[in-house]
Write a protein that binds this ligand. Structure first.
Ligand code: ZN
Length: 343
């Protein structure tokens, strides 16, 4: 299996996020990617290669042009008001149901283009997010060239980022960009399975009205888990996309993860019915029992089984890294998925 990695992810390293009114630890830290890479190297799971750099115009296949311009320019434009170079957070949001044109003021844009206080903009945010998108896009290119499986070690993650908003540590939707590029390169049907603990709200939004990309997500129930306002079972897609979104919200995974694996089997049934040519996996390991932000109980051994089960679908597979915040265990957990797939 080829592994795509680029160290520019270090450029996104904010001091923290606002959570329940306090500046909290930035769980999505650079050491996450470092520890995953170390495990892959130690086990010799595959060749590690640098991504190709794709034109920024390709990002417009998924994201709105004004949102991309905001991400690219906001740090520089905020400088007169932010001489100390503090991380940038929104101060206000567009009220529910109110449509507003894209604003000009930096402070207004920070709220307009985000949905929470968990995606602070730093000096290096754009560089890191753009590098991460290229890691995913290079992965899809290798699949198109005939690889059976590729692991795109993306950081920052992407599945909470929508067409024109950031949030939840995410800025560019790496998995969606890869799925779209696969479509643009001639793949007719893509299945995108999100196994991160949190609902992939951004990815769902991007493909909600489409029937060419099947989106499935297994996650903590929105009644009690972030991002709270999406991921219910009755969200099934709209228009032409009706019936091409599947959500599996769970209150718990069961003490041995059995409820989680039941949901995975259901998702596999839908994937087989859809008959995709390629599978994209939004791979989060914050389903781990000792993850500081999750509520599931999967064990390190379970990740080996997940890899084996994914491999049994017998599809060209692109793994795109999403969440997972137990930094001591993240390397082994991700490594187990890839090793299980390769068995
Ligand atoms: Zn997550």
């Amino acid at each position: 299996m080829k592994i795509i990695y680029r160290p520019d992810h270090y450029r996104q390293n904010p001091k923290g996020v606002f959570w329940q009114g306090q500046l909290d630890h930035y769980h999505e830290s650079p050491v996450r990617a470092e520890n995953i890479l170390r495990d892959i190297e130690q086990r010799g799971l595959g060749e590690i290669i640098e991504p190709q750099l794709f034109e920024q115009a390709l990002l417009e296949r998924v994201h709105r042009e004004d949102y991309l311009r905001f991400l690219r320019t906001v740090w520089q434009r905020a400088k007169p008001e932010n001489p100390e170079g503090k991380d940038l957070f929104p101060a206000c949001y567009v009220p529910r149901g109110q449509s507003a044109p894209p604003p000009e003021a930096v402070t207004a844009q920070l709220g307009y283009y985000s949905f929470d206080l968990s995606a602070p903009i730093t000096e290096g945010t754009w560089d890191a997010a753009y590098a991460s998108a290229n890691v995913a896009l290079t992965g899809q290119q290798l699949l198109m060239a005939g690889e059976r499986a590729v692991f795109s070690l993306c950081r920052p993650p992407g599945h909470h980022a929508g067409i024109s908003y950031c949030g939840g540590f995410c800025f560019l939707n790496n998995a969606a960009l890869a799925a779209q590029a696969l479509r643009d390169n001639g793949v007719s049907r893509v299945a995108l399975l999100d196994v991160d603990f949190h609902h992939g709200n951004g990815t769902q939004d991007i493909f909600y009205q489409r029937s060419d990309v099947l989106f499935l997500s297994i996650h903590g129930h929105p009644d009690c888990h972030y991002p709270f306002f999406s991921g219910h079972r009755d969200e099934r897609g709209a228009g032409e996309g009706h019936g091409f979104t599947y959500n599996y919200p769970l209150y718990a995974s069961g003490s041995r993860g059995e409820l989680w694996f039941e949901a995975l089997d259901s998702a596999f049934g839908e994937i087989k019915r859809f008959k995709p040519e390629v599978l994209v996996v939004s791979l989060g390991v914050d389903t781990y029992k000792n993850d500081p932000v999750s509520g599931f109980e999967l064990s390190t051994e379970d990740y080996l089984v997940i890899g084996q089960k994914l491999s049994a679908l017998a599809l060209p597979t692109l793994f795109v890294m999403e969440g997972g915040y137990n930094v001591e265990a993240i390397g082994e957990n991700v490594g187990n998925v890839l090793a299980g797939f390769s068995l």
